[in-house]
Ligand binder design. Structure first.
Ligand code: ATP
Ligand code: MG
Length: 388
């Protein structure tokens, strides 16, 4: 029934050369993400994706991908018509055939000004005929169905279903970052917010091989795959944390362990950021959510970083984060039961206000810390994940 998807991007704030760069980047990203499922090209301030698949399931997948593709403001599942009113009319009626609706309006955008009818004339002609033929009510303010007609220089497009995108900047418009990714709800959401601002996000996950079963790693890989929908592919570092943790448990009192774990994660993140030529380190912290996320403890943890640390969820409430995770599609994976690498050997009441001096002092007792860090990096595994 449909033959293409018409994609609109938000143009606010992008002008001149930047705008061309933005368009080209989005076009390239979509071509890479959709592969042989669609052919992507530019048309008068829009992108068109000609569908090369008729499989309903594949089209649904494409829709779910576009909903979280950075740079996409909105899009419609469309059918093309020739540049003649009669053909546009036929396409509109063919799309309306099995549609149930009471009220409607026709909304035409005429980008190609040589077309002999104005937008208003098209709206009126189609609207009156649809109202008469189907006995439906025209409602310009709050219609149940909006029939979109877009007239470009080579063809026109008709669509009924318009979907909202996430906006933002196409991936690659901003610098690379690394993100500390757990299997929880928060960090995947934080990673996504950076992707949304155009940053390719390299993911770093610490696992404990004695408690993280294959299932736990599968969970993180599945999260990375969902993020790959938004950023084409995800690079995931899997870092064994067991030896470092064992040393920490020997010398660090239980109530301070979480902060020390996280300081060592940060140290390893520095090394990976350097190797990846990333410009920042991202975490899923939100103030006060757990004991390690008081301002005092975050100061202890972030002090280790050699790069700016961004925590895009810092001021968000849990419900807001959950809402966003559901939109992205990571929520359902994040709530699968699993044991975090750090949930064992942690005090029931961890310290909420650790001082930097104390953290540094305790850390000096960890034997062979730098060798252990070297080993963890050496023993790490890198995966490249795509969305399908
Ligand atoms: P999340 O839902 O992201 O797991 P959380 O509320 O459970 O967060 P913590 O477990 O204290 O909070 O983790 C805070 C942040 O530390 C995470 O958002 C993530 O950036 C990082 N982090 C925690 N555990 C890991 C891990 N195993 N691997 C990589 N990063 C981690
Ligand atoms: Mg967690």
């Amino acid at each position: 029934m449909y033959d293409c998807i018409i994609v609109h991007y938000s143009e606010i704030g992008i002008k001149g050369k930047n705008r061309v760069m933005f368009e080209n980047r989005l076009k390239r990203n979509l071509s890479m993400a959709l592969g042989n499922r669609a052919r992507v090209y530019k048309r008068y301030g829009r992108l068109v994706c000609d569908l090369l698949t008729k499989e309903e399931k594949e089209i649904e997948e494409i829709i779910s991908l576009l909903k979280i593709t950075p740079g996409v403001a909105n899009f419609g599942l469309a059918k093309k018509a020739r540049l003649e009113f009669e053909n546009i009319r036929q396409v509109v009626f063919s799309l309306l055939k099995n549609r149930k609706f009471d009220s409607f309006k026709v909304l035409t955008k005429r980008s190609y000004k040589e077309f002999p009818m104005t937008s208003l004339e098209i709206n009126k002609a189609l609207g009156e005929e649809i109202a008469a033929k189907f006995g439906k009510r025209i409602d310009l303010k709050n219609p149940e169905l909006t029939i979109h007609v877009e007239i470009c220089e080579k063809e026109s497009f008709v669509y009924l279903d318009k979907f909202k995108g996430v906006g933002g900047l196409p991936v690659g418009c901003s610098g690379k970052v690394v993100c500390l990714l757990s299997g929880g709800i928060d960090s995947p959401t934080a990673a996504f917010l950076m992707v949304k601002r155009g940053c390719p996000v390299v993911l770093i996950h610490f696992f404990n091989k004695t408690i993280n079963t294959r299932q736990a790693l599968k969970k993180v890989e599945d999260i990375a795959k969902v993020l790959a929908k938004a950023q084409i592919k995800s690079k995931l570092y899997l870092i064994p944390f067991y030896k470092l943790q064992t040393e920490i448990i020997k010398v660090v009192p239980a109530k301070y362990r979480m902060v020390i774990y996280r300081r060592l994660m940060m140290e390893i993140a520095n090394r990976i950021a350097r190797k990846e030529e990333a410009k920042a380190i991202v975490t899923g912290d939100s103030i006060g959510q757990v004991a390690s996320q008081t301002l005092e403890n975050l100061q202890c943890i972030y002090a280790v970083a050699e790069y700016p640390v961004f925590a895009p969820l810092i001021g968000m409430n849990k419900e807001e984060i959950v809402e966003l995770a559901k939109t992205i599609g990571t929520y359902e994976i994040s709530i699968r039961p699993y044991q975090d690498c750090c949930s064992f050997m942690i005090a029931e009441h961890p310290a909420t206000k650790m001082s930097l001096n104390l953290a540094e002092e305790i850390e000096r007792n960890i034997k062979d810390k730098s060798t252990l860090i070297d080993d963890a990096i050496k023993e790490s595994k890198i995966l490249i994940l795509k969305w399908t």
